[in-house]
Every structure is written in structure tokens, then in C-alpha cells.
Design a protein around this ligand. Structure first.
Ligand code: GDP
Length: 488
């Protein structure tokens, strides 16, 4: 019955939205990716480019001079926090230029784009407008879709089994040791439940450490609680259950199962119904370089995560419940972020690697329906390129200012001085990159420190430029894929 009510709500809303958008296009664009993938930076740069322009040759409506302007407008959903683009932009371009605060919950922003469409006989039709509603949300939440189709027993068994892998086993050890002390049929015990949840969360979090770089496992709110930080809805964990039978009343099993069900009905379902199911377009940001740096297991794990993401967008009917919560996306873009950590000769290679990964994930997820593309981009380019002599060779380098406190060997950077880094190459053959997990470049300094992990500060912008135009890599191509067709 709850499902029917959801369905009625979704249909009513779609009709209202279709009526409102009949004349001028409205697009609801989702921006997601796991934490640190670059969502906040991406969305800030995208809005800045729409509102203030920049060097955007591949964004056709803009390059053809058909964009009459873009402005922020009040967002349609009052209950969703606003994406504070002004604050983020101030952080990026202010005198202390720094990266903005990352996404920790859902937020929304509406941009109205005024444009002229190309008319008949070479003329244009002015006065058209695109309403772009952008929704930024943690990628961790997306992986929760899998939970809608799994009961507590299935979820427990799968989660325990997947923690046996060679990378996961050591980081899961503390949680597994505690799990072994729990008797599911024994009486419910709040403090044991809290301890189990804390250790389970620590395990999920350890998998997201930069050097392990595993993609994530649900429940997504354990890593990105949003407004549920510290809430009892998150105080549960898997149990080692018998294959048949029901939970005895008053048992640990019954308590954990109840909380798992509450998480599904009060957290997961509303998110998919109220936000996810309404998206028309989606960009999924991926820190593919971090996975390539970390090695083959991280790459394999990324492929699994991409498969899960694609199944969330698949227009199939594997279960009526989850197909109800599927969005109507017709365009899906996977973007490898932070390409400014590479020399431009490797940008196409990074794109080719991501294309191969996504291609395999498309096959595994039996994905069809939406147009899918990939891009390697830097929403904000923090480095520039040069070449440096090493012995008799001229080597391509990237130059940037490392963040204050970043280290390489014995050296600690002061946040002011520029350094040149040999960024290393990606293999030309994507298969080789995927098999070897990567990217064995020349990116070491003389002390043997690994420069690939250096974080650069945002770029220093010319003071004369107000409003500032942010340098980027391929943001224009990204815009063209995501909204170019609506500006015709
Ligand atoms: P979120 O957690 O997905 O919102 O990630 P953020 O947008 O906050 O980005 C996380 C970090 O990645 C930032 O603080 C930057 O250090 C880095 N980053 C993101 N985008 C770029 C980019 O285009 N270039 C570079 N060099 N670093 C980036």
C-alpha cells in the first residue's frame, strides 16, 4: 500500500512538472560521486561558467553567442538546503584561496539560462529559457538502492562475506572479532549494538582511506549521515544469522532487524522517492586517479561500484519496488575528476581508461536506455604545464602550489611556493592500466617521496578579472553533453 501511495505521488508530480515545462525546458540535473570525488568544486565551477562565462569553445550555445545570460533563482523545494555557491566561490577565489567545504548532505540550486534558439533560415528565436535545477548529493546514498531489495538476513550475509577479501579482511578484523561475540538469539543489548555499529562504521570508513581507495558499501549514511548524525536510526550492524527461522522476540536479532527496516523505510525510500526518482540527467564524478594509484584491487572495486551505480539508473523491472524509484534519466555522464594532476598528453588516456571501465560495467549491469558518455576533466585547474630538462631529456611537468603542510620526503611546503612535478604517464593501452592498477609514473622526488598525492591549492587568478573566470579542463564539453541539446 505504501508503494501505491508512492506511485500516486510520483505520477501526480510528473504531470505537474510536465505541464510547467511544456513551453520552456526544465532539467533536473543530479551531481553525485563518493566523498572527495570533487562534487562541490565541480558544481561551483559549473554555475560560475554558466553565470559568468569563460573559455568554453565546446559549449556550443555559448560559443555561438546564443546565451543571453544566466542567473540564480529561488529553488523549487523549500525543504532541501540550498547549495551555497557564493560561499564556495568566495573560498576558491578569495585572497586566501582554498578549496570549499565538501558535500555532506543533499543540496539544491536553481539556475535560469536565457538563450536564443537557432531559428529557420539562419535566424534565431530569442527569449527562451532553460530552468536548470541542480541537486548535489553524496554518492554514498546512491548505493543504498541495493538495500531496497535485500532483507536483513540477506544484507547481513552479503556484507559479512564481502569483508573476507584480501584488502577488506585486515580492516574488517576489529568489527568481525566483535561480531563473533554476539549471539543473535540472545537478549537485546543496546550497548553491544552501539559497539557493533561503531566498529562496523570504522571498517566502512577505513575502506575509504586515500591509500586503500575502496569504493563504498551500503548503508550510505554510515559514512555520510547528513542530518542523521548520531541518530539511533544508524545504530545497527550485520549479524551472523541462521539461514532460516525468525527472530525471537526481544532478541538482539529482532532489534537489529527492526532498525534495519526503519533505515530502509524512513531514510532510503524517501530519498529515492523525493529526490532520486525526479532526476532527468546525472553526472557521476569519479576519482579514478586515486583508484589507479592505489592498485588493482581498488580499480576492480571501482568497477563494481560503477556497475551498482548503473543498475540504479537502469530502466529495467527487476523488482517493482526499485523500478518505481528509478529516475527517468536520459543522459548519464561519468567524469574522472582532477585531470589537472596529469599532463594533457594523458587526459585522453584517463578518459579511455574510464570508458573501458564504464563499458564493462554497462555489460555487467545490462544497462540500456540512457545515453552514456565519459570525460576526464578538472572543474578547477590548479596546475599549468611546462617542460623541464632532466639530463638530456625534456620532460613534461606540471607546476602548481602545494597546499600548506603538504609533504614530500623531508620537505614541508609553505603554501606559497610553486613546485614542478613530473606527473608520470598513464599507459596508452587502457587494458594495461587496468590490469596493473595503474599509473607508475616518474612522480617521485629525489628523496623518494611520492608526489602523486600532493594536493595543490586552487589557482591564483588575475586580480583584474572580476568576476573571476576559473581555469578548467573540459568543463565546456561536459556542459555541452549535459544541457547542450536543451539550448536549441
Ligand atoms: P566532494 O566531497 O565530492 O564535495 O569533493 P570536493 O569538491 O570538496 O573536492 C574534494 C577535494 O578534491 C578538494 O578539496 C580539492 O582538494 C580536490 N579537487 C576537487 N576538484 C579538483 C580539481 O578540479 N582540481 C584539483 N587539483 N583538485 C580538485
Amino acid at each position: 500500500f505504501e508503494g501505491l501511495l508512492d506511485e500516486a505521488r510520483i505520477v501526480a508530480r510528473s504531470l505537474a512538472e510536465a505541464a510547467a515545462g511544456a513551453l520552456d525546458p526544465t532539467i533536473r540535473l543530479g551531481v553525485t560521486g563518493l566523498s572527495r570525488a570533487g562534487k562541490t568544486v565541480f558544481l561551483t565551477a559549473l554555475v560560475q561558467a554558466l553565470v559568468h562565462g569563460g573559455r568554453l569553445p565546446a559549449f556550443r550555445a555559448y560559443a555561438q553567442g546564443r546565451l543571453a545570460g544566466a542567473r540564480l533563482a529561488p529553488q523549487p523545494d523549500d525543504a532541501v538546503p540550498r547549495f551555497e555557491v557564493e560561499t564556495h566561490l568566495r573560498a576558491l577565489t578569495g585572497p586566501d584561496r582554498s578549496w570549499p567545504e565538501s558535500t555532506r548532505r543533499i543540496s539544491e540550486l536553481r539556475v535560469i539560462v536565457e538563450f536564443e534558439s537557432p531559428g529557420l533560415f539562419g535566424g534565431t528565436r530569442a527569449g527562451r529559457r532553460l530552468t536548470l535545477d541542480i541537486v548535489d548529493y553524496p554518492g554514498e546514498w546512491l548505493l543504498d538502492l541495493a538495500l531496497l531489495g535485500q532483507d536483513f538476513r540477506t544484507w547481513s550475509a552479503r556484507t559479512i562475506a564481502s569483508s573476507d577479501g584480501p584488502t577488506r579482511a585486515p580492516i574488517a578484523a576489529a568489527w568481525r572479532a566483535h561480531l563473533a561475540t554476539l549471539n543473535p538469539a540472545g537478549p537485546e543489548d543496546e550497548s553491544a549494538a552501539r559497539e557493533a555499529a561503531a566498529r562496523f562504521t570504522a571498517y566502512l570508513r577505513a575502506g575509504r582511506d586515500e591509500r586503500v581507495a575502496l569504493s563504498t558499501l551500503p548503508p550510505g549514511r554510515f559514512l555520510m549521515p547528513g542530518d542523521l548524525e548520531g541518530s539511533p536510526a544508524l545504530t545497527f550492524a550485520p549479524l551472523a544469522l541462521p539461514e532460516t527461522g525468525d527472530a525471537p522476540s526481544g532478541s538482539m536479532w529482532a532489534m537489529m532487524e527492526r532498525r534495519y527496516e526503519a533505515y530502509r523505510s524512513h531514510v532510503v525510500r524517501p530519498f529515492f522517492r523525493d529526490h532520486f526518482a525526479r532526476l532527468d540527467r546525472q553526472v557521476v564524478l569519479v576519482d579514478a586517479l586515486a583508484a589507479l594509484n592505489a592498485g588493482p584491487e581498488a580499480v576492480a572495486d571501482l568497477e563494481t561500484a560503477l556497475t551498482d551505480v548503473l543498475s540504479a539508473f537502469r530502466h529495467g523491472h527487476n523488482s517493482w519496488l526499485s523500478s518505481l524509484f528509478r529516475p527517468r534519466v536520459d543522459r548519464l555522464l561519468f567524469a574522472a575528476t582532477k585531470a589537472d594532476h596529469l599532463h594533457h598528453t594523458s587526459h585522453d588516456r584517463l578518459e579511455a581508461i574510464l570508458r573501458r571501465l564504464v563499458g564493462r560495467a554497462i555489460e555487467r549491469a545490462e544497462f540500456g536506455g540512457a545515453a552514456v558518455d565519459v570525460v576526464a576533466l578538472a572543474a578547477v585547474r590548479a596546475t599549468r604545464e611546462a617542460s623541464a630538462r632532466q639530463g638530456r631529456d625534456e620532460l613534461p611537468v606540471i607546476i602548481g602550489v602545494p597546499e600548506k603542510g603538504e609533504r614530500s620526503g623531508d620537505q614541508i611546503f609553505d603554501g606559497e611556493e610553486e613546485i614542478a612535478v613530473f606527473p608520470g604517464d598513464l599507459p596508452a593501452d587502457p587494458e594495461v592500466a587496468l590490469r596493473s592498477g595503474g599509473y607508475r609514473g616518474r612522480a617521485h622526488d629525489e628523496a623518494g617521496g611520492d608526489l602523486r598525492f600532493i594536493k595543490f591549492r586552487p589557482p591564483l587568478l588575475p586580480v583584474s578579472e572580476r568576476p573571476p573566470q576559473l581555469p578548467h579542463i573540459r568543463l565546456d564539453r561536459t556542459l555541452e553533453f549535459l544541457i547542450g541539446d536543451a539550448l536549441k
